[in-house]
Design a protein around this ligand. Structure first.
Ligand code: HEM
Ligand code: NAG
Ligand code: NAG
Ligand code: NAG
Ligand code: NAG
Ligand code: NAG
Length: 331
């Protein structure tokens, strides 16, 4: 080869290489299989442990999916939610809207075993993102969405950051849209991700106002299915018992599917924030489309796309942040 040919070959290789790297690596620095070289078995180990935990706890998917969402919406997906309060500095998990997050000890167990395999390599933020996916996926025995990795752990967790970043169950459509927009999530993401309420339960306090005192006159929220409201009143008598819970997707709260959109259409969305999705024309159209398909495949693919965006909110990558040794405390 002449010098010119060598030069051209090199140039072409560089351009091709650059394109490949760009395609594989999102702008935020997350990548597919980030630990491929540094800890090749990490993702498999997280999946194995999560699946064995999910086998003995059929509610684990709901717990970890919600935990990942709460982490991402407050200070980005940096595992700040996992930090325990130190001294007088109340951490995120002790903020009022935590409304009983569960599953922290599962993340601790996974982290302990991952540290044995590869010390100081795998972040708590990635473990949470993977375990959320794996716990929801367990019944299907295959990943229900892709998780990019390469997140690092934050060093700050403040209860005061929770307000304004997490929508409340009393939010109206504009509030929801605004909070999601602040996270670079659009109305499609809002509707699709609300489909996570196909899993899990809620405490009566999150919706009992809709049953007994909607406008302060002892009335019921007219946007709630009247038959369903009567059922809920029996399950959650006034005043609300703080330990009583009800399924958000009745009789289907353990199956990850598009059934949330079926009950939503029947005016059985449990929170005002669920019902609010029907108050905007565009949002209602998206919700109807998600339930109109014969199976959940369309919902699954949409959910995967929106989870990828949610999982990238405010991530710390490169040299920022740290790889925590213990998910509950900074190094
Ligand atoms: C759109 C705004 C949202 C609001 C206002 C909201 C609010 C709530 C509330 C109040 C609960 C019940 C908590 C309790 O009483 O114990 C809950 C549960 C839950 N949320 Fe959301 N949420 C929203 C979006 C999301 C998103 C985006 C996800 C995940 C992608 C999610 C996943 C869950 C899950 C899985 C549960 C059940 C947890 C369990 O059973 O352990 N939520 N949500
Ligand atoms: C995960 O489980 C599979 C199947 O039991 C096993 O073959 C594999 O070695 C496990 N991997 C790790 C990293 O634990
Ligand atoms: C949630 O917040 C309450 C009140 O601030 C606190 O007592 C409780 O320990 C918190 N729950 C969790 C799981 O951290
Ligand atoms: C405690 O709070 C202060 C300011 O409110 C903050 O600068 C500091 O990083 C916090 N510490 C932790 C461990 O989050
Ligand atoms: C209903 O709401 C009104 C106004 O907020 C309040 O004054 C009243 O005590 C509530 N009644 C009940 C039974 O909770
Ligand atoms: C209320 O829910 C029932 C099922 O529980 C359904 O048959 C009915 O169509 C719903 N009503 C409205 C107005 O959506």
């Amino acid at each position: 080869m002449s010098a010119r040919e060598v030069f051209l070959t090199l140039l072409v290789s560089l351009v091709v290489y650059g394109v490949i790297v760009r395609v594989c690596e999102a702008d935020d620095g997350l990548r597919k299989n980030f630990y491929k070289n540094s800890c090749p078995k990490a993702e498999q180990l997280v999946r194995n442990i999560t699946w064995s935990k999910a086998q003995s706890d059929d509610k684990l998917g709901a717990k970890l999916l919600r935990m990942h969402y709460h982490d991402c919406f407050v200070r980005g997906c940096d595992a700040s939610l996992l930090l325990d309060t130190v001294g007088t500095n109340q951490s995120e998990k002790d903020a009022r809207p935590n409304l009983t997050l569960l599953g922290f000890e599962v993340i601790d167990d996974i982290k302990t075993q991952v540290e044995k395999l590869c010390p100081n390599i795998v972040s708590c933020a990635d473990i949470l993102a993977l375990a959320a996916r794996d716990s929801v996926s367990f019944p299907f025995k295959q990943d229900k969405w892709d998780v990019l990795t390469g997140r690092r752990d934050g060093k700050i967790s403040l209860a005061s950051d929770v307000t304004g970043n997490l929508p409340s169950p009393f939010s109206d459509f504009n509030t929801l849209r605004q909070i999601f927009a602040n996270k670079n999530l659009n109305v499609n993401d809002l509707v699709v991700l609300s489909g996570a309420h196909t899993l899990g339960v809620a405490h009566c306090g999150a919706f009992s106002r809709r049953l007994f005192n909607f406008t302060g006159k002892g009335d019921t929220d007219p946007s709630l299915n009247a038959t369903y409201a009567e059922t809920l009143k029996k399950q959650c008598p006034n005043p609300a018992n703080p330990s009583t819970t009800v399924e958000m997707d009745p009789q289907s709260s353990l199956s990850f599917d598009n059934h949330y959109f079926t009950i939503l259409k029947q005016k059985m969305g449990l929170f005002q924030s669920d019902a609010a999705l029907l108050t905007d024309r565009n949002s209602a159209k998206i919700a109807i489309q998600l339930q109109s398909k014969p199976n959940s495949d369309n919902f699954f693919s949409e959910f995967g796309k929106s989870m990828k965006k949610m999982g990238a909110i405010g991530v710390l990558t490169g040299n920022v942040g740290e790889i925590r040794k213990n998910c509950r405390q900074v190094n």
